[in-house]
Write a protein that binds this ligand. Structure first.
Ligand code: HEM
Length: 311
């Protein structure tokens, strides 16, 4: 980050991976904003304190406010790039929008703690919000997506995670906050598993077992990593911090894709490149094997922002 005075970030935004996760999506009742503001701050503070209490199991989490609900909860000011999920569609590749008012993201290496905390969070919110969706994520094998490919390898590392995921001095009121995009992808695993391994590898752009990146010239233009590896007009890499995890049961399973970033443009451009492709129409062939069921846009403010706005 780029300045001396640093508001406190919510620790789950940049946390390292965990074994388990719980995703709670809420919609707010009407006219309860003055009660909800302190409650949101308390829940975020509680999650932060639990991170200290349960360090052994690496508990962490964050609270994020939906793009369409932000102005109701915090009418005074809005993060500069907070906008609704960029729904898009081309042929049978669909990225629908499905917005929620609040998102509570909880992760831990112990599932019993997560279950306990999820119940407590719901209790704290009682009467103010309705739980409309809940999903549970899990680490699969050695950090693999259910397609069998390691997911998260090229994520930013160390301090660079903060640089990528947290707003800096460019939007001072929202410093240490993070733009969050969530998509629940349901995989068609029977279709995917019928593909020969080499074809799967061509679609991702990495080898499956050893997780080796293809040489640049060997990466098909339709491979996932070719489509999402973007540069801005100055030639700098456009990065996001992915906090995705596999979710689901035998009936419906896939990837809970979660992007944290200091801006919303990087995610929007990547998704556009996946769905619409490049100027010659090379889209992401991974999209033939998975379907986005939701698409939501949030902002996870700093703890200090939520505390200051609570009263
Ligand atoms: C890389 C899987 C959706 C952005 C990867 C990798 C895998 C993967 C296996 C390679 C290993 C790694 O570096 O993590 C998936 C699956 C998805 C999905 C299964 C959904 C079904 C998305 C979406 C975005 C995205 C929606 C952004 C809009 C990225 C980025 C990388 C990446 C930025 C790193 C590329 C690089 O620098 O090499 N993904 N992904 N992914 N993915 Fe995804």
């Amino acid at each position: 980050m780029d300045s001396q005075v640093m508001p406190r970030e919510q620790l789950g935004v940049c946390a390292e991976g965990n074994l388990h996760s719980v995703y709670l999506m809420f919609n707010a009742e009407d006219g309860i904003e003055s009660q909800l503001r302190p409650c949101v701050a308390n829940v975020a503070q509680y999650i932060c304190e639990l991170s200290d209490q349960y360090t052994d199991s690496a508990f962490n989490g964050f609270v994020a406010i939906g793009a369409n609900y932000w102005d109701s909860l915090y009418p005074a000011k809005r993060p500069a790039q907070l906008r609704p999920f960029p729904a898009m569609n081309a042929d049978n590749r669909d990225a629908p929008a499905h917005e929620y008012d609040l998102f509570v993201h909880l992760r831990c290496d112990r599932f019993d703690i997560l279950h306990l905390v999820a119940n407590e969070v719901c209790q704290m919110f009682e009467g103010l919000v309705e739980l409309v969706d809940e999903e549970r994520g899990f680490q699969f094998m050695d950090n693999r997506d259910l397609t069998g490919f390691v997911d998260g390898t090229e994520n930013p590392k160390g301090r660079h995670r903060q640089d990528v995921a947290l707003v800096g001095d460019e939007d001072i009121s929202f410093k240490a906050g993070s733009y969050v995009h969530v998509q629940k992808f349901a995989h068609n695993l029977s279709k995917w598993n019928r593909l020969p391994q080499k074809k799967q590898e061509d679609i991702i752009g990495r080898t499956k077992i050893d997780n080796i990146e293809y040489a640049s010239d060997d990466k098909p233009l339709t491979s996932h990593i070719k489509r999402v590896n973007l540069k801005d007009e100055n030639g700098n890499s456009m990065e996001i911090l992915r906090q995705s995890m596999p979710y689901g049961s035998v009936k419906e399973q896939g990837l809970m894709f979660i992007s944290n970033c200091r801006n919303s443009v990087n995610f929007e451009k990547m998704l556009h490149s996946m769905i619409h492709g490049d100027a010659d129409g090379h889209h992401d062939h991974l999209m033939h094997f998975t379907q986005a069921l939701t698409g939501s846009s949030f902002f996870a403010p700093s703890l200090d922002f939520m505390n200051d706005a609570a009263n």
